[in-house]
Design a protein around this ligand. Structure first.
Ligand code: PRP
Length: 182
């Protein structure tokens, strides 16, 4: 275990079984000729989850990426989001999008993105998150696919960072408070 991690919250085996279950749920819902599944990875935290999830799908999928950030993250409930990297495609009206997130906290990012992609003309939009912290919600938001509900603790690993570190850990761990108190 990394020295800055206090304890492992979701280990490698549990992550694998969560991702397997989520892929099976998506497989079930997106089978059929009339569906065109497009997974949209929200950079950067979702990279690892997205890679594992797409490998486990049996339905065909396309992938795309967006990068966004919250204005005044953690302090406002406006839901205002800054889009740094948008989708560049003219065929949204034929895309059944599943937005792939590593974690939902306030709910601002996903509630904004769902509305944004629907307004841009996507055929359908659903959401899939690996982790969910419902105790931190500022806007009501329920994902369509949810890996695991977790308590309000500072987690890193499997894509999630603190100051851009720890994304490469193969598990989700609770960061030692001494690291961010420094
Ligand atoms: C995190 C996470 C979500 C968002 C969730 O991204 O990946 O995108 O915050 O928070 P919310 O529910 O309060 O909107 P972050 O801004 O840390 O960027 P990163 O993925 O590049 O680390």
């Amino acid at each position: 275990m990394h020295k800055d991690v206090e304890r492992i919250l979701v280990g490698e085996e549990e992550l694998d079984s969560i991702v397997t279950r989520l892929a099976a749920e998506i497989d079930r819902d997106y089978a059929g000729e009339d569906k065109r599944l497009v997974l949209v990875c929200i950079l950067k935290g979702s990279i690892v989850f997205m890679g594992d999830l797409m490998k486990k799908l049996t339905v065909p999928c396309e992938i795309d990426c967006m990068k966004v950030s919250s204005y005044g993250a953690g302090t406002t409930s406006t839901g205002s989001i800054n889009i740094h990297l948008d989708l560049v495609r003219q065929d949204l009206d034929s895309c059944d999008i599943v937005i792939v997130e590593d974690i939902i906290d306030s709910g601002n990012t996903l509630s904004y993105l769902v509305d944004y992609l629907r307004l841009k003309g996507a055929k359908s939009v659903r959401t899939c998150t690996l982790l969910d912290k419902p105790s931190r919600r500022k806007v009501e938001f329920v994902p369509d696919y949810r890996g695991k509900e977790i308590p309000d603790e500072f987690v890193v690993g499997y894509g999630l960072d603190y100051a851009e570190k720890y994304r490469d850990l193969p598990y989700v761990g609770v960061l030692s408070p001494s690291v961010y108190a420094e």
